[in-house]
Design a protein around this ligand. Structure first.
Ligand code: BDR
Ligand code: CA
Length: 309
């Protein structure tokens, strides 16, 4: 089984990613670290615990990370995820789960250095915690098995600004540290592919586990409405679950080796991921970018894993 640390800013789609990471027989979730992103750090942590309780998940260390981006003010996404971050779905639930001691960056460093070459870090929020871990112990770069992040878009089309994807936009300085760190296996699951992984009525209907069916249906309701208004389809994109899906089954995507950087100093383009398609920078490729996805196969896998609850 693939060992992973999942770094989340829980978030509707992060929540589904967590459920997959806990339930997949192919994965061994050794810890969840929380980040400030869609919602505050506290709300992201609270949502994470509530989601784990939904499936009576065993004790999995939940470790809080930074409560703000490296240099910027937080930029929450309440419009998409609701004020609580999970579309109001678990508003009345209280979790008594205890948090693990320490902070996210220290946890990443400790776990990776304890098991060199063994652990994959999957990030589905802004990259603040991973950047802090790299700053604290640069040796993790060569000891992590793989880093998979949901973020960016190399077709130049963003979802927060015309060109920037949310996770990149929320903490571009952290993203720059991660992209420039020299991580031997760094995989980008960007909007180019996640926008094709659409949760439609058909797939919601296929979730048979009553609690999870309800949770997915309720938490994604406004998210799907917004998507319908913009695209005329009743669906929403499974951004973060796809990042977990790529670890479960790498054949779901086609990747290309690319040289990618992120803009940190621009009036209009902060958070934009730039792909040097023509090798103008003369830099080595640093990212395996997911270019195509077998979307239906992924959605079937996602439903299957959710139904294991
Ligand atoms: C990303 O931004 C967040 O709103 C989602 O949870 C996902 O991680 C998509 O751009
Ligand atoms: Ca997220």
């Amino acid at each position: 089984r693939e060992k992973l640390i999942l770094d989340v800013d829980t978030g509707i789609d992060d929540a589904i990613g967590i459920l997959m990471a806990v339930q997949s027989e192919k994965l061994e979730l050794i810890g969840i670290t929380t980040a400030c992103g869609n919602v505050s750090l506290e709300a992201a942590t609270r949502n994470t615990c509530k989601v784990l309780d939904l499936i009576d998940a065993p004790v999995i260390p939940v470790v809080q990370g930074s409560d703000k981006p490296l240099k910027r003010q937080p930029h929450y996404e309440h419009k998409v995820h609701g004020t609580d971050g999970i579309g109001g779905a678990l508003q009345d639930v209280v979790s008594n789960r205890k948090l693990a001691d320490g902070d996210a960056a220290a946890f990443m460093v400790e776990q990776v250095m304890k098991s060199p070459g063994d652990i994959t870090i999957v990030c589905t929020g802004p990259l603040t915690n991973l950047a802090l871990a790299i700053q604290r112990e640069p040796a993790i770069v060569n000891n992590v098995k793989e880093v998979i992040y949901m973020g960016g878009a190399i077709n130049g089309v963003g979802n927060v600004t015309p060109v920037a994807e949310f996770n990149m936009f929320a903490d571009p300085e952290a993203a720059a540290i991660v992209l420039e760190a020299g991580i031997p296996k760094l995989t980008q699951v960007g909007l180019d592919v996640t926008k094709k992984a659409l949760l439609t009525e058909k797939y919601i209907g296929a979730i048979q586990h009553p609690v999870l069916h309800d949770f997915v249906k309720t938490s994604t309701a406004t998210y799907r409405e917004a998507f319908y208004e913009q695209n005329g389809i009743w669906a929403c994109a499974m951004h973060d679950p796809l990042a977990v899906g790529v670890l479960i089954d790498p054949t779901l995507v086609e990747k290309a080796s690319c040289s990618v950087a992120v803009e940190t100093n621009s009036t209009y383009c902060d958070g934009q991921t730039v792909w040097d398609r023509q090798g103008k920078w003369g830099k080595q490729e640093n990212v395996q970018v997911c270019m195509e996805v077998a979307a239906d196969r992924f959605l079937e896998l996602m439903v299957d894993v959710l139904n294991r609850a």
